[in-house]
Design a protein. Sequence first.
Length: 487
Amino acid sequence: MADPKGFLNTDREVAETRPVPERVKDWNEVYVPGSLLPVIGKQAGRCMDCGIPFCHNGCPLGNLIPEWNDYAWRGDWQAAGERLHATNNFPEFTGRLCPAPCESACVLGINQPPVTIKNVEVTIIDRAWEAGGVTPQPPERLSGKTVAVIGSGPAGLAAAQQLTRAGHTVAVYERADRVGGLLRYGIPEFKMEKRHINRRIEQMRAEGTKFRTGVEVGRDIDAAGLRKRYDAVVIAAGSTTARDLPVPGRELGGIHQAMEYLPLANKVQEGDYITPPITAEGKHVVVIGGGDTGADCVGTAHRQGAASVTQLEIMPRPNDERDPVGQPWPTFPMLYKVTSAHEEGGERVYSVSTTHFEGDEDGNVQALHLVEVEFKDGRPQPRPGTEKRIPAQLVTLAMGFTGIDKDNGLVEQFGLELDERGNVARDADYATGVDGVYVAGDAGRGQSLIVWAIAEGRSAARAVDRYLTGASSLPAPVGPTDRALTA
């Protein structure tokens, strides 16, 4: 145990953010650099090292949270980094992007604010990088087996790194021009600066992983032919079919999917554009969808100089505190969340549905019409007399995803089967119906969290390693049908 009285004597303290007027003028991460170092030891000391640490179960990676909390409290940062990497390939990603289901499952959280697990995690890994403690780990010998990984998001990268370290020759195919998947182009710079991805990719290259960017399997190369070239294939292409909004006026200019809008803003930061082809500058912006992707659109619009930003959500406003009956500890509750983007301004409107878009004489959107809804028998029903018109010159649709891309030829050329949710069907060992072809991450699970993607990448790597060699010592933290704990 860290500090036996830490949870009694120390209040929860989280990372300090930069002032809003300052941070909306740049694209740097919103947190004050180094602000955690003076307080993180005491924060780690709030961990009670529970006899049954539910944080282990809250995190699908099975992170050894009490152990690295103890090391952080003692100031043994090297040991803390080793325990952190024992279960997680990329803690600098999860420490910045994960919504921290581990904190919702923290035993201290039953009657006190939980341990700041996420802040401790990111401090440990940042110190490890600064101290030169994150080095390449190439395999001692090569197996002579080859593996293709399709997709370079967190699932694909985790699978590739695990298989490379096991001695296989791995090539990662990415259809975008840079490695990283949604980590690169879907996550705004102010949430995670891309230097964190770049240095991890360099580590993987030094270990022997090969990367093929600008190559879309199914369009640029034949999927079936790819299978013949490699001893095994891991599909980690994500769930990229965006849910649309089929209402009158959808065809108007200025209405875009979030994943059309966000990547262009990131490409400006990469130096590809001076100004993005789609910008919120001077416009009334409406974001449809109340989740994290919607919040990313909100923060991006603020930095581009939007005249106003309104975020719409069809569901009712969540509770401020956990419902002990409907969402009891240690489940991951749906709570009203104020992200850094929401702190920066804008309006959030709940229990509303878009009825149609209104265009101007040039065919561009100029307004959005909505109506308040109430749920009856689980379905939203409009409330008469609550119709409203709001100005909108840019609309982003951030309503989630419905499965793997079915138009690029990958599914058809491999001969894959899909489940009822549009994901690639697989068995208990992550294997598809095609010999030697496995699937990990959102492509098989559906839209999920980054920790689930990394956990699946690690688990699929074990299955592939066993397929290639007959046995494997790689870890497998989750199964394909495992789900987060719910009430």
